[in-house]
Write a protein of this length. Structure first.
Lengths: 493, 315
C-alpha cells in the first residue's frame, strides 16, 4: 500500500504530470465558469487526446479537469447570477446578493476556501472508507434516498418563511416541472406535448440558465441599474481575507455541508446538482436565522461550495471500489479506464491502487491550484461587477444563449432558456421566490421514484423506513425538525 | 486588365464546380471527416465501444480522415436515430441504433420514421445477457427461479429494452415475477441486487461479470446460443430447452441513413471488418473482456428481424 502511495506521489510531481494537472485545472476552471460547458463535456473532449498517454498521466489530467470545475462554476454564479455548472445552482442565491452589496471578493474567497477544504474533506473520507467500500455503498438504498429528499423538501417550507403562500406555490411548481418527461417508474412519458425534446424532461442547464441568469439580466435591464454592484466595492484584500475567515467562523456549516456532499457522492447515480442544492436547503433549515438566506449570508455560499467539491471524493468511492459511477463525471472516467485497458470493478483496488492514488493526489492538487488562482485573480474578476451594465447585459446574455446551445447543439434549448428567462422574471416581479422553485425541481422527481421503489421493495409496507438503521436515523431527524417549533412554543410562555 | 477578368472568373467558376462535383463523387470517399452518432451519454457501453473502434476504423479507411464521435442523447435513442435518418446519404454520417431498444419504442409509439429504411452497414458486437442474482441468495438453477414467489426483478421502466427482456423472461420461463422499476440503468440494478432491494435482474454479461469474480453476484444462466466463454460453468438457454430465449440480447449495429449508395456501404464494411481484425484492437478486447464480433449489415439485419418476431410474440 505504501509503495502505491509513494509511487503515485512521486509521479504527481514529475514535471510532465504536474503540467497535465495544471492544464486540466486551467481548462476545468474555464469550462466551469462558462455556462453550458461542464466537466462531463471537458472529460469527453480530452478522452481521445489521452489515447497515447500512459494511464497515470491520463488520470492526472482528468483529475485536473474534474477538480477545478466546481470552483470555476461558482465564479459566474457569484458575479453574474449564472451557475457555471449544475453544481453551482445554489451558490447564486447568496453569492450574487453579496456581489450586489459590493462584497464579490468575499464571496469568491468563501467559495475558493470552501471548495478546496471541501475537496480535501471528501478525499479524506474516501481514504478512510476505502476498505469498507462495499458496506458503505450498499448501505444507501431507496428508503434512505427518499428520507434525504424529504429532509430537503421540508426546507422548502423553511425557506419560504415570511412568504408562505408564494413560496410553497413556487416549490410546487418546481416539483411539477420535475415530473416532465419519462417516468423512471412507469415508463410513461409525461407532459411532453408529444415532442421528443421533452422526452427526458426539462433539460437542467438551459432551464437554470434561463431561470437564474437570463431572468436577472432582464431584471437588471428593467431596473435601470448602472452596474451589478449597487454599493462600491470596498477594500478588496480585506474582503478576500474576510471570506477565508468566514469559512473558519462557520465550521459547523462547513463540516455538515461537506458531509452531505460526500454522502451524495457516494450514492451512485446522484451527483453535484443534488449535492449543492441539498446542502443549501439543510443549511437554511438548521440556521438560527434562516431569514438572512437569499440576502447574502456567508453560509449560503459555504454550503453549496463545500458540498459540490466534497462530492468528487465521495463519488470516487463506488467508482473505483465497485466500478459503479458515483456521478456523471465518474461515468466518463470509467469509460476512460476501459479505454486505457483497466477493468473497473471491485478488483481495481487490489490490482491498480496506484491509479486510485493518482486520482486522489490529482484532485487535491488541482483543487488547491484552482482556489489559489481564484484568490489571486479575484481582484480582476471583481471588476466585472463595476462595468457598466449596457456592456454586461448583452455580453452575458450572449454567452448564456451560446452556452445553452453548446450543450447539445439543440436549438430548442435556447428557446427554453429564453422562455424560462421570462418566467423567472415574472415570478420575481410578483414576489415568488426562485429558491423554492429550484429546490422543488431538483428534489421532486427523486422523491416520487425513491418512495415508490422503497414501497415496492418492502411490498407496500411503511415499516421499511423504520427497519433500516440509516432510515431510522433520518426519520427521527425529520420528526425532530418538524416538532422543534412546537416544542419551543410550549416551552416559552 | 478587365479583358482578362471575365474569362478568369469563368475559368475559376468551372474549376471550382469540377472540384465540388469531384468531392461528391463516391470514388473519392472519404474525403472529409466522418461523424459517428452515438445515442447515449459519454462513458456508457455504446460510447466506449465506439471510441475504442473509431481509431481502427480510421486506420483502415482508404483515405486518412477523422472519425468523430458525436453523442446525441435524448428520447431513449430517438434523437440520435432521427438525426441519422435525416442525414445526407453520402457516407459522412453513420450511427449506432440501439437494438432491440429502438424497435421496442417503435412498437409502442409512432416515432415518425421507418426503421426498415436505414441502411445496415455492420454489426460490431453482440452483448450477451445473463440472469443475475445475488451470490448470497439461495437461487442456483432455473427451477429455483421458477419456485421463488414472488421473484423480484429489478429493472428500468416499461419502454426500455431491459423491461422487455424481463417480460420475455417472465413469460418464457413461467416466472412468478414482480417487476420493481425506477432503476436508471444496469449499474443501479446491479447495486440494487447486491443491496437486497430485489432478487434478480437481467444484465449485460461482459459488463457485470466483474461482480461474479468479486463474489457479489451469480449468473444463473445466460441468454446465449452456446455457453459463453466468460461463464463456462453456467448453462445457456438453448441447453435448458428455450431457444427463443436467445432473442434476449443487445446488438451493436452501425447503420447509415436511408439510400446510402452501395459502394460507400461496401467501403465502410471492409474498413470495419479489417478494424475488428486488427491485432491491437484484439489485444484490447482480450484485456478488457469486451467482446467484438463482426458481421456484415445484411446478415445482422436478418438476425435482428428474427429477434424482433420473438419480441412481437411476447410483448
Amino acid at each position: 500500500m505504501i509503495e502505491a502511495v509513494l509511487f503515485a506521489l512521486g509521479k504527481a510531481f514529475y514535471w510532465k504530470n504536474f503540467l497535465y494537472i495544471t492544464l486540466g485545472t486551467g481548462v476545468g476552471l474555464i469550462f466551469g465558469a462558462l455556462p453550458g460547458l461542464s466537466s462531463v463535456i471537458s472529460l469527453s473532449l480530452f478522452l481521445p487526446l489521452t489515447y497515447g498517454m500512459d494511464p497515470m498521466s491520463a488520470m492526472f489530467l482528468y483529475a485536473g479537469l474534474m477538480g477545478a470545475n466546481p470552483f470555476g462554476g461558482s465564479i459566474s454564479a457569484i458575479l453574474i447570477n449564472t451557475p457555471g455548472t449544475a453544481q453551482n445552482i445554489a451558490t447564486v442565491f447568496d453569492g450574487y446578493p453579496m456581489t450586489q452589496r459590493g462584497e464579490a471578493g468575499r464571496a469568491l474567497s468563501i467559495s475558493a476556501t470552501s471548495s478546496a477544504l471541501g475537496a480535501v474533506f471528501g478525499i479524506v473520507i474516501l481514504i478512510i472508507l476505502l476498505p469498507l467500500v462495499r458496506r458503505v455503498v450498499l448501505a444507501f438504498g431507496p428508503p434512505e434516498f427518499f428520507l434525504m429528499v424529504v429532509f430537503g423538501l421540508i426546507a422548502v417550507v423553511v425557506a419560504a418563511r415570511g412568504n408562505m403562500m408564494k413560496g410553497l406555490f413556487a416549490g410546487g411548481l418546481g416539483i411539477l416541472l420535475s415530473l416532465v418527461g419519462r417516468s423512471a417508474l412507469t415508463g410513461t412519458i409525461r407532459f411532453n406535448f408529444g415532442t421528443i425534446y421533452l422526452w427526458d424532461g426539462i433539460p437542467l442547464i438551459p432551464f437554470m440558465i434561463g431561470l437564474l441568469a437570463l431572468s436577472e439580466m432582464i431584471n437588471l435591464g428593467a431596473k435601470k441599474q448602472k452596474t451589478i454592484a449597487t454599493t462600491p466595492v470596498d477594500n478588496v484584500l480585506k474582503n478576500l481575507w474576510q471570506g477565508v475567515k468566514d469559512v473558519f467562523d462557520h465550521k459547523i456549516c462547513f463540516f455538515r455541508s461537506a458531509a452531505i456532499g460526500t454522502i451524495i457522492g457516494i450514492i451512485p447515480g446522484i451527483g453535484g446538482a443534488v449535492a449543492n442544492v441539498l446542502a443549501y436547503t439543510v443549511a437554511v433549515q438548521t440556521s438560527k436565522h434562516p431569514e438572512t438566506f437569499g440576502k447574502g449570508d456567508p453560509e449560503g455560499v459555504i454550503a453549496p461550495e463545500s458540498a459540490n467539491n466534497a462530492k468528487d471524493g465521495g463519488a470516487l468511492l463506488p467508482t473505483v471500489g465497485f466500478g459503479i459511477p458515483g456521478s456523471a463525471e465518474m461515468a466518463v472516467l470509467l469509460g476512460a479506464f476501459i479505454l486505457h485497458g483497466l477493468t473497473p470493478g471491485p478488483l481495481l483496488i487490489k490490482d491498480h491502487m496506484e491509479i486510485v492514488w493518482a486520482l486522489i493526489f490529482g484532485l487535491t492538487i488541482s483543487n488547491i491550484l484552482a482556489s489559489s488562482f481564484g484568490l489571486l485573480l479575484a481582484r480582476y474578476l471583481i471588476k466585472i461587477t463595476r462595468i457598466n451594465l449596457s456592456f454586461v447585459i448583452p455580453v452575458v446574455t450572449g454567452v448564456c444563449l451560446v452556452g445553452a446551445f453548446a450543450i447539445r447543439g439543440e436549438l430548442w434549448d435556447i428557446y427554453l432558456a429564453i422562455l424560462f428567462g421570462f418566467v423567472g422574471f415574472g415570478l420575481r416581479t410578483f414576489g415568488f421566490p426562485i429558491i423554492t422553485l429550484v429546490m422543488g425541481y431538483v428534489l421532486g422527481s427523486m422523491a416520487e421514484v425513491s418512495l415508490n421503489q422503497a414501497l415496492m421493495i418492502s411490498d407496500g409496507g411503511v415499516k421499511v423506513f423504520f427497519q433500516r438503521p440509516i432510515s431510522l436515523f433520518l426519520m427521527i431527524l425529520i420528526l425532530v425538525i418538524l416538532f422543534i417549533p412546537f416544542i419551543k412554543k410550549v416551552e416559552s410562555p | 486588365m478587365e479583358k482578362f477578368l471575365r474569362p478568369s472568373f469563368f475559368l475559376i467558376f468551372i474549376f471550382v464546380s469540377f472540384v465540388s462535383f469531384a468531392e461528391a463523387a463516391p470514388d473519392n470517399y472519404p474525403s472529409r471527416d466522418i461523424t459517428w452518432i452515438v445515442s447515449s451519454a459519454p462513458g456508457g457501453g455504446f460510447d466506449t465501444y465506439a471510441r475504442a473502434v473509431a481509431p481502427y476504423l480510421m486506420k483502415y479507411l482508404p483515405r486518412r480522415v477523422n472519425v468523430v464521435i458525436k453523442n446525441v442523447t435524448g428520447g431513449g435513442g430517438l434523437s440520435g436515430a432521427s438525426m441519422l435518418y435525416r442525414a445526407k446519404p453520402d457516407g459522412y454520417t453513420i450511427g449506432y441504433l440501439f437494438y432491440p431498444g429502438i424497435a421496442i419504442v417503435a412498437m409502442e409509439s409512432d416515432i415518425g420514421f421507418d426503421l426498415n429504411k436505414f441502411t445496415p452497414i455492420a454489426q460490431i458486437a453482440i452483448d450477451e445477457q445473463g440472469f443475475f442474482v445475488s451470490a448470497k441468495a439461495d437461487i442456483k438453477t432455473l427451477s429455483d427461479l421458477q419456485k421463488k414467489d414472488p421473484l423480484r426483478l429489478l429493472t428500468q421502466p416499461k419502454g426500455v429494452t431491459m423491461y422487455s427482456f424481463c417480460v420475455i423472461a417472465e413469460k418464457l420461463f413461467n416466472l412468478k415475477a414482480k417487476m420493481v422499476t425506477g432503476y436508471k440503468g444496469g449499474n443501479e440494478v446491479a447495486t440494487g441486487i447486491m443491496r437486497g432491494d430485489g432478487d434478480a435482474g437481467i444484465l449485460n454479461l461482459n459488463e457485470f461479470i466483474k461482480y461474479v469474480k468479486s463474489g457479489d453476484l451469480r449468473v444463473v444462466f445466460t441468454f446465449s446460443e452456446k455457453r459463453d466463454p466468460l461463464t463456462p460453468d453456467v448453462p445457456c438457454v438453448t441447453e435448458l430447452g428455450y431457444p427463443e430465449g436467445t432473442a434476449v440480447r443487445s446488438w451493436k449495429v452501425i447503420f447509415g441513413p436511408p439510400n446510402l449508395p452501395a459502394n460507400i456501404t461496401k467501403t465502410l464494411q471492409t474498413a470495419f471488418k479489417k478494424a475488428l481484425a486488427d491485432p491491437e484492437l484484439k489485444a484490447w478486447v482480450e484485456k478488457t473482456e469486451k467482446p467484438l464480433a463482426y458481421a456484415d449489415g445484411k446478415e445482422a439485419w436478418g438476425k435482428l428481424q428474427k429477434v424482433l418476431t420473438v419480441f412481437k410474440k411476447y410483448h
